[in-house]
Design a protein around this ligand. Structure first.
Ligand SMILES: Cc1cc2nc3c(=O)[nH]c(=O)nc-3n(C[C@H](O)[C@H](O)[C@H](O)COP(=O)(O)O)c2cc1C
Length: 234
């Protein structure tokens, strides 16, 4: 029996199927590889990487809700240097396109991360996170600002020839202008969507359940919103 061709192209990136492991949900792929054959999936998007390692937020930083999950991890990651030294050798063993997600608190940091990582041939594309709801600097400060999205896209584009995806925030009234700003400044694609800002309180002690107070809602609950945003962008 012939296998069904599920391949898709996103810009110059050819994926054997459209299944991408979303940033932050599988770290750097190593733990996930014990449960699934990474060679069978379309691609891996790494946890957001920053120039220097980040500890992220203290717990409670993950919370189940009746219809989805709240997280306020706060971009915990090993930083680009350790990623290249310790995580890339493992990922090289698989025949799966690697998309590196980058987060930063300044435009210069986005550029510097891109400049360093673009030298690594295993990395096939960049996904620029301008939409993390769980950090004080960067994150939504950029994701809600059209000129910041335009500038970040333009400057990252000037520092890499690799496929460039801008990961947009759904925490805006209209998302299409952000996609347009990404396109007009050299992005090959946009990623929709990052999580939606949400919170939860303990009704008995009236305190927030999350250390960060707010977190990002993900899961099946937000899929209809994601589809509406994709429709708006298209
Ligand atoms: C625990 C957790 C950590 C995440 N970390 C990141 C991250 O570091 N960078 C990023 O761009 N998105 C991050 N995300 C957002 C996901 O990549 C995805 O955009 C979001 O979960 C919505 O998709 P889903 O509803 O299919 O999970 C994270 C999501 C979760 C649940």
């Amino acid at each position: 029996m012939n296998a069904i061709d599920l391949s898709v192209n996103i810009g110059s990136l050819k994926l054997r199927n459209p299944i991408l492991l979303a940033s932050g949900t599988v770290g750097y792929g190593n733990e996930m590889s014990e449960f699934t054959d990474l060679n069978l999936i379309g691609g891996i998007v790494t946890k957001s990487l920053s120039l220097k390692p980040r500890k992220g937020n203290p717990p409670q930083r993950i919370l189940e809700t009746p219809a989805g999950m709240l997280n306020a991890i706060g971009l915990t990651n090993v930083g680009v240097e350790v990623f290249l030294k310790e995580k890339i050798p493992f990922l090289k063993k698989f025949d799966v396109p690697l998309i590196c997600n980058i987060a930063a608190s300044t435009i210069e940091e986005y550029v510097e991360c891109t400049r360093i990582l673009t030298e690594e041939p295993t990395i096939k594309a960049f996904e620029i996170n301008v939409s993390c709801p769980n950090v004080k600097e960067g994150g939504l400060m950029f994701g809600n600002d059209l000129s910041a999205v335009a500038k970040i896209t333009e400057q990252v584009r000037a520092n890499t020839n690799k496929m460039l995806i801008i990961k947009l925030s759904p925490n805006v009234s209209y998302i299409a202008p952000f996609a347009k700003a990404a396109k007009e400044n050299g992005a090959d694609a946009v990623s929709a969507i990052n999580t939606l800002v949400g919170t939860a309180f303990n009704i008995f002690n009236r305190k927030p359940k999350m250390y960060n107070v707010t977190g990002g809602l993900s899961g099946p609950a937000i899929k209809p919103i994601a589809l509406a945003k994709v429709f708006e962008i298209s």
